[in-house]
Design a protein around this ligand. Structure first.
Ligand code: ADP
Length: 268
């Protein structure tokens, strides 16, 4: 805890004295520390691929100059590193845009059935490459919620991509949508999106920190899978903006479930 203590003389007619005020600066210090940690993390995340790129450029200019096979291989690795930097910058921009808009409530009526269908369709090639089947369980009729269509698509896309990445080859990923007339979390009607995988899962002790920027349970695995460590932080901010809730549960060895609970307007 940190305080700023200030003193000032006061002169009120016959009464003279000193005014002492205490100002609690703890939250400001915490915000400052978070910002410093974030900048340090981003610098580290960018420096790793950059160092690798510089190393390969030097090798291509020197030892590998007359070795076309090695040059080809190094160029492939360099392309991968550049792509990783591009993903990181893309996610950083998404995060800052989402944060900037967090206070503005989205007001378009978006059909979640169509959104979920479109996202699963778009991710089919990625899932096929990973040997994963995406199973849809959707209502027959449209389900409308007040939302930002692109942002909701990003939420579902990030969660399904994770389920595909960490769900394990040959195991299916389930993407479902249900309506709750009276959701206990929101105390009102809600639309609930569920993304379930049957992968390795994780110890629930990680749940509270999972939506922190750059928090990864298995650093090596996340990087290997091309993860930026920002996907769930972006999800959290978008869900907050929609006044929704994110619920995460996982059983090691059995898989994980991510639920997005969104308030649904009562039909007028
Ligand atoms: P990343 O880009 O590393 O996937 P995310 O913010 O999307 O970053 O996720 C944070 C971490 O949460 C991941 O590194 C991974 O350890 C864990 N995680 C997310 N989704 C799953 C899942 N479906 N199964 C197991 N672990 C997961």
């Amino acid at each position: 805890t940190s305080f700023v203590v200030s003193c000032a003389p006061v002169d009120m007619g016959p009464d003279r004295g000193v005014m002492v005020s205490f100002e609690d600066m703890t939250h400001l210090e915490e915000a400052g520390q978070m910002r410093r940690d974030f900048v340090a993390n981003v610098s580290h995340e960018l420096r790793t691929p950059l160092t690798s790129l510089l190393g390969f450029i030097e090798t291509l200019q020197g030892p590998a100059r007359d070795d076309p096979a090695a040059a080809q291989r190094f160029l492939g690795i360099m392309q991968g590193e550049a792509a990783r930097m591009e993903r990181l910058v893309r996610d950083l921009l998404s995060l800052s845009r989402v944060e900037a808009e967090e206070r503005v409530r989205p007001n378009a009526l978006v059909d979640l059935v169509a959104t979920l269908r479109a996202v699963s369709h778009a991710l089919r090639p990625l899932a096929a490459e990973a040997g994963v089947d995406i199973a849809l369980d959707l209502p027959e009729t449209p389900v409308h919620v007040p939302a930002d269509a692109d942002q909701l698509a990003q939420v579902v896309s990030n969660l399904v991509e994770n389920a595909v990445k960490y769900g394990g080859a040959g195991k299916r990923v389930e993407l479902g949508l249900a309506i709750h007339d009276e959701d206990p979390h929101l105390r009102g009607p809600a639309a609930v999106i569920t993304v379930r995988d049957h992968g390795a899962g994780f110890d629930p002790v990680h749940v509270p920190r999972l939506t922190e920027r750059f928090y990864r349970i298995d650093n090596h695995r996340s990087r290997q899978m091309g993860g930026t460590g920002l996907g769930l932080a972006i999800v959290k901010h978008i869900v907050n903006r929609h006044r929704g809730r994110l619920r995460i549960s996982s059983t090691p060895g059995q898989g994980s479930e991510f639920r997005v609970i969104l308030p649904q307007e009562r039909p007028s």
